[in-house]
Design a protein around this ligand. Sequence first.
Ligand code: SF4
Ligand code: SF4
Length: 311
Amino acid sequence: MKQIVILSGKGGTGKTSLTAALAHEAADLHRLVLADADVDAANLEILLKTTKLEEFYFTGGYKAEIDSVKCTGCGRCVDVCRFNAVIPPDSSENTYRINRIACEGCNSCVYQCPLNAIASARTTAGAWFVSGSVYGTLYHAEMKAGEENSGKLVTTVKNAAINKSREIPESILMVDGPPGIGCPVIAACAGADLAVISTEPGVSAIHDLERILETVKHFGIPPAVCINRSDINPGKTLKIEGFCKQDGIPLLGRIPYDPNVTRSMSKGLPVNSFDPSSPASIAISRIWEAIYSLIGKGLDSIGSEPLRPQA
Ligand code: SF4
Ligand code: SF4
């Protein structure tokens, strides 16, 4: 099994569109497994036109719960809650209640209630799914608003995808990672053979790139970079390429701005399924060849790979 994680230092760099298009490129191999690790805003399933096969609840942290029968309305819980999560009675409600989004599960009110009217209970923080698609099985999840432990949910999704990958000889596990550099990103990266980093030539591109590169290198994952919408700011694109060259990071290719990407998304399709001859599709096909070449060489060559010639 080879594991590829697609990342970006920030959101909005076309990471999920790229993942869907790479899945389309890799589908002919018939050994692809997919995981959407962006559990706070999962949307790979839309582009892959999946069918849900299985669903599992995901339990998260703890939240306070008030037993309105035991509560005498002394108001102590309101005083001790530092997160303003206890809602006092108003004209329409005559019991104290917990704002579950604001509650941090700190247990102060549980210990301070003189009548033991507050309990700490585990929450259902979301769900994770196994879905079928023409590209391969997709593992994905949905986190409820205000819930925590998204890193743990990413690990749950990934472990299920890894188990499936082990059933398929020489499988490729493609992981659509979350944006940023936080705990869910680290969970998405764990055990990856290659981090494909999607960047754009914006004002903060190199700053964002440095942060995500530092993160993946810290965990010993070889990175490679592709530049999306590379022609919207050619000067910045050259700076990103220079930065990669200086750091010995393989450049997988440039993807030009292409209105077919937006058109394909409105149809819920990877761009190369929508129009295989569009400029973005041709560039992504070359990027997949470069990725496949890197993972095919056992990845030992990553870091010493020469920069890919640009079309
Ligand atoms: S501290 Fe206990 S008894 Fe007092 S208002 Fe809160 S829940 Fe009710
Ligand atoms: S558990 Fe902590 S955060 Fe939640 S309502 Fe009680 S005091 Fe507030």
